[in-house]
Design a protein around this ligand. Structure first.
Ligand SMILES: NC(=O)c1ccc[n+]([C@@H]2O[C@H](COP(=O)([O-])OP(=O)(O)OC[C@H]3O[C@@H](n4cnc5c(N)ncnc54)[C@H](O)[C@@H]3O)[C@@H](O)[C@H]2O)c1
Length: 563
């Protein structure tokens, strides 16, 4: 089988840094991206998977026309970003299947998905992006990929057409904003990479999912089954639960699914492409290993496992079996955390050097297995799996060493500790603290994040629903405080002015984004968002924290965590 090229050439982006950033964000790291100021001769794009053309491309040159024709001959995809109105020669109109009609000045525009194809799978029906906009008229067989309402009329603003083995996608928007729309980036990545080989061994079109552990509403089995039902390209095939009542509940909720009492039975089910492990933590590693061995792609609930040694076994097994292995680190998509990521990546608070996170209150711990050390792995593996993951995402790596202290003073009917504080240090002196407590009568902020230019604070914002109804009168219902996004404020030092404080908007909520990414990865070959390698450092940190907490809070180097 011939090697599929993943080289992408981008040209025509001089003086258009925001359009270039969109291309960079869309294609890195999926492809080897090569920005060229000009394409010197007609062979410049030969052998590439795609040619991406920016607003400054010289559409008038003879070389440009020849390069375009070569793309069709070679099966190279062509993506045009910010088609200028001048590119309206009969050759280009016919070739790209779009005629530029008129341009609108820079502003925010709303894009609606026009034609449903693999390019638009799992994208929201409408998304916003900013830039100068050229309105298009589709020509020949080309279809409307995106449309935009201007003065109550819908206009084509992106088109798609196919010639032999190439796809030609034309986008009328030339981005002008620092903030790249993730949906637009997905569309561009897909248009450029379409035809590249996705992962093998799948039921093409829709992935069959089996869930091990059907925890009730509030538990994760039900959550995953709902996520699968809501994710285009996935369908629920089977549910495994050792508890007969939970199997009946699964069949009641999803009558078309099969129910098994053991994971071994599900391993034999050929219609299951992906196994989701949603059992208590102690069984994550053994079940994941067994299902990878059986040839399934595997998603584990957090924590991925309870030791670095297990993490390495899992990563090696997935690689040996050529199967996807991922972990439901769904809180990477929480709207408060996404908002922090945007602020940090945009440079709003300078270089990070201290991150503190907190979770807890003064309340009896959960009375189920979640508070039993021999099943949960210990208190730090619960919220620590999310918070330490967020910390390592912000810093880009796991810490070099960890120390932890813990208290067991109040809740003696459960075995998890009441409180644990984990201090993490990086080689260059950056630090972080994760603090979890069931005996904190006043809640600390969820986030306190310091950079060299400013600080972000995120306060918990418990949600209480108030109702007045007859005959009961006033009633209130409090939801779990940690489910609501934190209220974020950013204070920045401006030279000559002093401190400037502002509240931060929350990023758009992305429902079941983890599952959508898994489908995008397996069906379209897109990058996997939660690679297990990125979670192994989290597990090593939590393991080191437990070791330190039981050895006088000594610092434990991650390089010394047993493997
Ligand atoms: N990602 C998140 O935001 C999030 C939130 C809550 C829980 N979790 C994680 O999800 C996992 C499940 O938690 P939960 O609250 O849903 O638990 P749960 O106790 O509500 O449900 C677990 C189910 O697994 C079944 N089970 C246990 N061992 C089994 C086995 N070996 N084979 C088959 N079935 C088995 C049980 O009968 C039960 O129905 C835990 O690892 C937890 O840490 C993640």
């Amino acid at each position: 089988m011939s090697q599929v090229s993943k080289r992408v050439i981008a040209a025509g982006f001089q003086n258009h840094p925001k359009a270039a950033k969109l291309v960079q964000d869309a294609l890195s790291p999926s492809a080897e991206l090569d920005f060229a100021e000009i394409l010197v001769n007609q062979d410049s794009a030969r052998g590439a998977a795609a040619l991406v053309i920016g607003p400054a491309f010289d559409f008038d040159s003879d070389v440009a026309c020849q390069i375009a024709l070569n793309c069709i001959e070679d099966g190279t995809n062509l993506v045009i970003i910010g088609l200028p109105c001048q590119a309206d020669s009969p050759f280009w109109q016919e070739f790209i299947g779009a005629k530029p009609l008129f341009s609108k000045p820079a502003g925010e525009w709303f894009f609606n998905i026009g034609s449903s194809c693999s390019l638009s799978a799992r994208l929201p029906e409408e998304f916003a992006a900013s830039g100068q906009l050229t309105v298009l008229e589709p020509r020949g067989d080309s279809q409307v990929l995106l449309s935009t309402s201007i003065a109550f009329r819908n206009y084509a603003t992106a088109t798609i057409s196919h010639h032999l083995g190439s796809t030609i996608c034309v986008l009328g928007l030339a981005p002008t904003s620092d903030h790249v729309s993730e949906d637009l980036a997905s569309l561009i990545r897909r248009a450029a990479m379409i035809g590249q080989e996705p992962a093998k061994g799948l039921h093409i079109g829709s992935l069959g999912v089996g869930i091990v552990g059907y925890g009730p509403f509030g538990g994760m089995g039900t959550y995953h089954a709902t996520a699968v039902a809501e994710t285009e390209g996935m369908h629920l095939v089977a549910v495994v639960d050792s508890d007969a009542e939970r199997r009946s509940a699964a069949l009641h909720d999803f009558p078309d699914a099969r129910a098994y009492a053991t994971a071994e039975e599900m391993a034999q089910d050929d219609e299951v492409d992906i196994a989701v492990i949603a059992t208590p933590p102690i069984s994550h590693a053994s079940l994941s290993l067994a299902l990878l061995d059986a040839g399934k792609h595997v998603i584990s609930e957090k924590p991925m496992c309870l030791s670095l040694r297990e993490a390495r076994l899992l990563i090696d097994k997935a690689s040996a079996k050529n199967r996807m292995f991922s972990v439901n680190q769904n809180r990477r998509w929480d709207s408060d955390f996404r908002s922090i990521i945007y602020a940090v990546e945009g440079g709003s608070i300078g270089s990070l050097f201290n991150i503190e996170t907190f979770v807890g209150g003064f309340e009896h711990p959960c009375r189920a297995w979640h508070s039993e050390e021999s099943i949960s792995g210990g208190a730090v593996f619960d919220w620590g799996s999310h918070h330490v993951d967020q910390i390592t995402q912000l810093y880009g790596s796991a810490p070099a060493k960890v120390s932890a202290s813990q208290h067991k003073r109040v809740w003696h009917d459960v075995t998890n500790v009441d409180q644990i504080r984990v201090h993490m240090l990086w080689e260059d002196g950056r630090e972080a603290e994760f603090f979890q407590s069931d005996i904190a009568a006043i809640r600390k902020p969820k986030y306190f994040i310091q950079g060299t230019k400013g600080t972000i604070i995120g306060n918990y914002r418990p949600i209480v629903e108030e109702t007045v109804s007859l005959p009961f009168g006033y009633e209130e219902r409090e939801h779990h405080y940690a489910e609501a996004p934190a209220a974020l404020r950013l204070s920045r030092y401006e030279s000559g002015i002093g401190l400037v404080e502002e509240s931060m908007p929350l990023a758009r909520k992305q429902r079941f984004a983890f599952h959508k990414n898994v489908a995008d990865h397996l069906l379209l070959g897109e990058p996997l968002a939660v690679r297990p390698e990125s979670v192994a450092g989290v597990i090593a940190t939590l393991e080191a924290a437990q070791l330190s907490a039981t050895t006088d809070s000594q610092y434990v180097k991650l390089s010394e965590v047993e493997c």
